[in-house]
Design a protein around this ligand. Structure first.
Ligand SMILES: Cc1ncc(COP(=O)(O)O)c(C=O)c1O
Length: 403
């Protein structure tokens, strides 16, 4: 494929205008997403095919230019940038002592299993869910209890009756919440989160909320950090988030754990030190600070582009593949597609897409509720997305008639 090579950004009166139409070839760069040796289009793993924000790239260049890459600790400016970002956007009042750093959201989630539970104890997770929620629970010798989300009017909902029944039946100690939800894209509302909190309080269940997609909340929706609601129950609540998803710097790695109860913070810190998991590399600290200080302009523009891509997908599928049911996300760039009208088994469905040289994430990896679903990543230049959609069309047109 040959694409024109446009300028990647323009600076107008101190405003950087990013060009997300720019095609950046990620093949042969060690990219997890673009690992193919052929011309398959990658619309699967959750990173974006966009160049990072210019202030972040400048920071990496500055650090390299300085030339000394020694041991590093978080600066006062970094703490302040995190505090300002979360305070101004979500009203979350953080102090320096509420913020712990970690290598990633999933390593932090695994750490929380050790903080809140013992081997053999039960942990509740929704189905479908981002796969490591399930594997980390099982691999760490805890009991995985699943509560299926219910579907109504094209959206997922928490089944609060089922959640409470399972908590009681299995003596659940910890609920792993995903907000915004991957793969369903829901941003849980204040009412939903408060109802969940009431249940967890009643049965003394801790809540760890993975909020990595928080800043990708789309227009018309409001993200609420769980910690924000947890007054009086802060000894049992942790929010985990990161700059990596927001600013498309997943290769840098790094995350933050927020907790407000002093004893809980001490316990998390002890667990981290036991495994030497409490500090980040130089680039992660530097990127985190510049992202939260100066990345807002890029984020605003990328969200507008993503939103246009979501519209594009919805229009295309409605016109050309109306038998796919589309779950329009409240947040992020992942669209959950129900392909069950095509009646194939999961592996056949996935293979059909791969044969048409387009890769999406097979829904079944996110739990039984992902049966015959596919997760589509739209964070790429429109020209790539359109080609991907045409291939999806080919994949499904080749299948036997829809049921
Ligand atoms: C909900 C969720 N949590 C965590 C992660 C990964 O986080 P990390 O790379 O910091 O471990 C992802 C990546 O897609 C995700 O979607």
């Amino acid at each position: 494929m040959l694409y024109p090579k446009p300028l990647f950004f323009l600076i107008l009166e101190n405003t950087v205008l990013y060009n997300f139409d720019e095609i950046i070839d990620r093949r042969h760069t060690g990219s997890l997403k673009w690992h193919y040796s052929d011309d398959t289009i990658a619309l699967w793993v959750a990173d974006m095919d966009f160049r990072a924000a210019q202030p972040i790239l400048n920071t990496i260049e500055r650090v390299g230019h300085h030339g000394v890459l020694g041991y590093t600790k978080p600066t006062a400016a970094l703490y302040q940038a995190i505090i300002n970002w979360h305070g101004s956007r979500y009203g979350l009042a953080l102090d320096k002592q509420h913020i712990l750093f970690s290598h990633g959201v999933i390593p932090s989630l695994a750490l929380m299993l050790r903080v809140f539970t013992e081997a053999g104890e039960a942990i509740l997770v929704n189905d479908p869910i981002y796969t490591p929620f399930m594997t980390k629970v099982r691999d760490n010798g805890r009991r995985l209890i699943l509560s299926p989300l219910t579907e109504a009017e094209g959206r997922y909902h928490l089944d609060l009756v089922d959640i409470e029944a399972k908590i009681v039946e299995h003596e659940v100690k910890l609920y792993l919440l995903c907000n915004p939800h991957n793969p369903g894209g829901r941003v849980w509302t204040a009412d939903e989160l408060e109802a969940l909190l009431v249940i967890c309080k009643k049965h003394d269940v801790a809540i760890v909320s993975d909020e990595i997609h928080q800043d990708l909340t789309l227009s018309g929706h409001e993200f609420i950090p769980f910690l924000q609601l947890a007054k009086g129950y802060e000894h049992k609540v942790v929010s985990i988030t990161s700059m990596t998803k927001t600013f498309n710097v997943a290769g840098i790695k790094g995350a933050m754990i927020f907790a407000k109860d002093e004893a809980l913070i001490k316990q998390i810190n002890q667990q981290q030190r036991l495994r030497d998991e409490h500090d980040l590399n130089l680039f992660a600290y530097e990127v985190m600070a510049s992202a939260y200080e100066k990345g807002g302009e890029w984020l605003e523009q990328v969200l507008a582009y993503i939103e246009a891509n979501i519209d594009l997908v919805c229009d295309f599928l409605e016109k050309h593949l109306p038998n796919i049911t589309v779950m329009r996300p409240d947040a992020s760039y992942l669209i959950w597609l129900d392909c069950s009208a095509y009646g194939q088994d999961d592996q056949t469905l996935y293979n059909q897409f791969r044969d048409a040289k387009v890769e999406l994430s097979g829904g079944i990896q996110y739990g039984n509720e992902g049966h015959l679903k596919m997760r589509l990543n739209v964070a790429c230049p429109q020209v790539i997305l359109i080609e991907g959609l045409n291939r999806i069309h080919t994949a499904l047109s080749d299948m036997s008639q829809p049921l």
